[in-house]
Write a protein that binds this ligand. Sequence first.
Ligand code: SAM
Length: 322
Amino acid sequence: MEKNIAIDYLRLSITDLCNLNCMYCTPLEKSRFLTHDDVLRYEEMARLVRIFTRAGINKVRLTGGEPLIKRGVVDLVKMLKGIEELKEISMTSNGILLKNLAPSLKAAGLDRINISLDTLRKDRFKKICGKDAFDDVWAGVEEAIKCGFDPVKLNVIPMQGVNDDELPDFARLTLEYPLIIRFIEFFHTNQRSEKLISSLISSVKTKKIIEQRFGVMNPIDSVQGNGPARYYKLSKAKGAIGFISGSTGNFCGNCNRIRVDCAGRISPCLFSGQVCDTRGLLRGDSSDDLIKEQIKRVFNNKSKYSRFSINERVVEMSSLGG
Ligand code: SAM
């Protein structure tokens, strides 16, 4: 029997542009970015989020592309903060621009931030991400902690032959910093990620590598957040370590999230493609109630969409966000 999971978590991609070119993410041929007019304006995004809250959403995560390259992103956070029903606003970012923006994001009401970082080595960062920006990202991580974001999570994708020798180094960070290091299994998304399929390191293996170095970890209940991660702690650690088994596990049955891209297209699942286009409705004379009905229809059909019920399809994380 299908479970009825309350859908309360919206991931909103606010731009399809990024200031990095990661080896597993950016499409090989990104021939067409959305035009300025294709992309929802902040007022439209805020209206849409408000309507989503009336359909049951109470948490929103801003993602991209890279959300921090979007001019005025702090204003968007402020606008969203004004939506009473929203209990939490979070963001996933590569952290490059975070050092300067963290204080104003915090002041605007951003509650939490996840920073994607696959290496702690400067030279390697350029190889993985196409740009020499490790120092900027690390400065962003430190600033986020300093500003009081709690918790600050680092998203790491373990990849054989790419960063597998650094997994204990990431784990060690939790001894020194109050960071939540989340090891996320790589999954096949687009043409570019295809050649990395054989680099997948399972959560089980990553945990084993860490425990070989630091001893058996104690499981902990949960840390603040909405993800399907399992969490552990090293002895005397300030932070924690999480594992997300997107490739070897199946947590579709517990998925409480819905995704919207920056053009207002709703995807009930990362792999479902877009099933509802709200931009026309937002720009036409549709009432909030009518748009809410469309959203509710997607919610009601969400259980039909899961990675395991959809034939293999291309998904561009670089625009829809993680
Ligand atoms: N630019 C922001 C960032 O870097 O966090 C947000 C967008 S980025 C697409 C969001 C997340 O998706 C990143 O943590 C990235 O590592 C993850 N991601 C992209 N492609 C992936 C893949 N094939 N498997 C697992 N995670 C992936």
